[in-house]
Structure formats: C-alpha cells, structure tokens
Write a protein that binds this ligand. Structure first.
Ligand code: DSN
Length: 416
C-alpha cells in the first residue's frame, strides 16, 4: 500500500514520510497525543473506509452489512466490558461530537449546563462562550481555586444550588489532579441535574483501573479514543441502559450520518489492547513518568499548577519567570521537544499567548521511556527556558533529543 502511495502521489507520500520522521525524531509531550500500534494503524487504513453503514447493527439503511454489523458489535461489546457499562455507542466522529450528543440526549435548548471554565482546564464544548454549546444552552462555569489549582467541590455545590443547572459536566482537558466523580454525582443529584462526564484525557487510566471510574456515578460518559486510551482518533459514549436509546438516537439521526467503519474497527483493536495486562503496565508507567517529570521540573525551579500531578499531565505556570508560554513552546519545538502553550488558572492573558505550558507522558511512555529519560527531558526543558534565543544551545539539545529518540523506536511506523 505504501509503495502504491509513493507511485501514485509522490507529493503526499513525501509529506507523510516527513511527518513520520518528525514524530519519530521528537519527544512528543502534548498530553492528548500518542502513538497507535501497527494493528490499529492497519485497521484504520483498511477497505472499511469504502463502506456506508448508516444505522446500527441489525438496523441499517443500506445493504451489504454482513461484516460491518459484526465489527461494530465487537467494538461495542469490548467498550462495554472494558468500562463495565451497560451500553456503548462507538460511532461519534470525535469527542466534541460525543459531548454534543450527550446534551442532545438529555436536555433541551435553553437549559442550563455547568462545566469547568476553559481557562481553568475545561473544554470548549463544556459551555465556553466561544463554542456552539453556549449558543444552544445557558452556560455557568465553575473554576479551579487559583491558589490550590484544584477543583473546589464546595464551590461547585454552591454554584449548582444557585444556578440549578439541568446538567453538570465533570471532566477536563488541562487538569493534573484526579477527579472525584462520586462527589459530582452527589452534587448533581442534590439539584436534580444530570451528570455528564467527559473522560477524554483519562480514559486509558480509567480502563486500567488507575483512576476512579465515572461509570457508576454519571448518566452519560463521553470520551475520545486516542489520548491515554491509545486508539484511532474518534469518540465513544458509555451510558446506563436507561439512556441507551436516547444516546443512539442523538447520534443518528440526531447529529451524524454514516459512521466511519474503518475508525470503528481500529477503535475495536485499541479496546482489545486496552483490556490486556500489558496496557495496565503501560498506564501505570504513564503515571510514574508524569510524576517523575513533574518532580524534576520542580527541582529545576518550575512552578507547577497544584504543585504536581497525579495523572498523565502537568501544567507549568510561567508567570514567575516572565516567559510567555508560546515563546517557550516554540523554542522547545526547535529543540524537537513538542508541547503546547496553555492558559493557567487565573491567567489574564489570551489563550493565543498564555502564561503556561502543558505537558504529558502518554506518547513518550508508549516508546518505552522511563524515569531516567524524564530526568533528561526536564533538564532539557530547563536549559531551553534559559536559552530561548541562543540557537546554538537549542541545536545542541535537538541533537541530544535525536540521539535519545533513536534508542526508543515507535510502534507501527514505516520510516525512521
Ligand atoms: N484538543 C484536545 C486536547 O489537546 O486536550 C481536547 O479536545
């Protein structure tokens, strides 16, 4: 297939080859990114991309579903078993679409939703004023306490009692501490609200039993499939039997047309991988690596939001150093260390030029890196932060990064 692409479209072939080399030759610390296995990659690039399958197994609008029905059923069953849920929908094209479907299933336009504010680590679709979610719903946000960097559950409860939202969202995209889903359930119940949980970042940790599961505590659970869960890019919804029909209707005909069967097959492969002891060991190493990287960064004097991490990610607050997050992220990128600039709690700067840097360990852990490598990475981040304009220092670090990467091959890649 690869040689066919090279012959047929050398321009795109060459660009993909360059991207493979970039991913292989850099230390990727964006916490929402990972490397999928060769098996997941193979399912993604299969003939299933040729098939339309609107509907659900056994109830499709087009014929020729002898195989796709089985594939989707396997994917659903694997999700249900892995997360101990009653029901799974594996068709959402993405996490954002899954979140919209959860709202679509449970509440009406004009109802009030309450989620974590964007600049406290929430997601756009949790009711941000920039998102369609705040056009269709009234939105109230809770924040993390700017001093502790943690969710203040008493404040969430106070706001819930004041604004009486119809749906409360637990879940984050830039928060380094564990989430108490049981407490969210109690708060939601106390105001007769639905509890929707977005575990896009931590799904792999939940699957591995290393983070409390929201499944017994939330009405609907949404996730992406490609972060710590390490699958093909896509979305997944889990729910109790009570909400199953509403969720399925919210996806199709509510929001989507034909599901992407190549994606669903690849998600099935990833869910199979996530059910293994090997995946549990992988997820445990993600946490050890994150903890180690956080500790080393703090030894170098960096200020971490909430003073560290107990998940796969961490946020550096750069305000005490006077370095804009974007400037550091761009200098690190030149040194082949790829992270993303991010707002930090209480940040008054624009999200386009904020005062924080977000880092995570899922991808480097997939490559087999462990605590000694986290020590090196923290040292390089420190060196770059002190030499933002010294290109000879950045080039030296880039050479050292390349050498380290050459010792940790990437699964599923064709070109080094
Ligand atoms: N864009 C994802 C992330 O990087 O966290 C969230 O959707």
């Amino acid at each position: 297939m690869r040689s066919e692409l090279e012959r047929h479209d050398p321009q795109i072939f060459e660009l993909i080859r360059q991207e493979e080399a970039r991913q292989t030759g850099s230390i990727r610390l964006i916490p929402s990114e990972n490397y999928v296995s060769a098996a997941v990659m193979a399912a993604t690039g299969s003939c299933l991309t040729n098939k339309y399958s609107e509907g659900y197994p056994g109830k499709r609008y087009y014929e020729g579903q002898q195989i796709t029905d089985v594939i989707e059923t396997v994917a659903r069953d694997r999700a249900v078993t892995l997360f101990s849920a009653d029901h799974a929908n594996v068709q959402p094209y993405s996490g954002s679409v899954a979140n919209l479907a959860a709202y679509n299933a449970l509440i009406q336009p004009g109802d009030t939703i309450m989620g974590l504010a964007l600049n406290s680590g929430g997601h756009l679709t949790h009711g941000s004023k920039h998102s369609i979610t705040s056009r269709f719903f009234k939105s109230v946000s809770y924040t993390v306490n700017p001093k502790t960097g943690r969710i203040d559950y008493d404040e969430v409860e106070t706001l819930a009692k004041k604004f009486r939202p119809r749906l409360i969202i637990s879940g984050t995209t830039a928060y380094s501490r564990k989430i108490d889903f049981e407490r969210f359930e109690q708060i939601a119940k106390s105001v007769e609200a639905y509890h929707m949980s977005d575990i896009a970042h931590i799904a792999g940790l939940v699957a591995a039993g290393l983070h409390q599961s929201p499944v017994p505590h939330a009405d609907i659970i949404c996730t992406t499939t490609h972060k710590t869960l390490r699958g093909q890019r896509g979305g997944l919804i889990l729910c109790s039997a009570e909400h199953a029909a509403k969720v399925d209707k919210a996806i199709i005909p509510g929001q989507q047309g034909g599901p992407h069967m190549h994606t669903i097959a690849a998600i099935a492969v990833a869910l199979g991988e996530a059910a293994t002891d090997r995946f549990v060991s992988y997820a445990a190493q993600i946490l050890r690596n994150a903890n180690s990287l956080a500790e080393k960064l703090m030894e170098h004097g960096f200020d971490l939001v909430s003073g560290g991490t107990d998940t796969h990610l961490m946020l550096i607050d750069l305000r005490d150093r006077g370095i804009p997050g974007k400037r550091l992220a761009k200098a690190l990128d030149r040194a082949r260390i790829v992270a993303n600039f991010n707002t930090v709690p209480g940040d008054s700067a624009s999200p386009l030029n904020p005062n924080g840097l977000r880092l995570g360990t899922p991808a480097v852990t997939t490559r087999g890196m462990k605590e000694p490598e986290m020590d090196l990475i923290a040292g390089w981040i420190h060196t770059i932060s002190e030499n933002l304009d010294r290109e000879h220092v950045i080039e030296r670090v880039a050479r050292e990064v390349t050498e380290l990467c050459s010792m940790f091959p990437v699964p599923g890649y064709f070109v080094a």
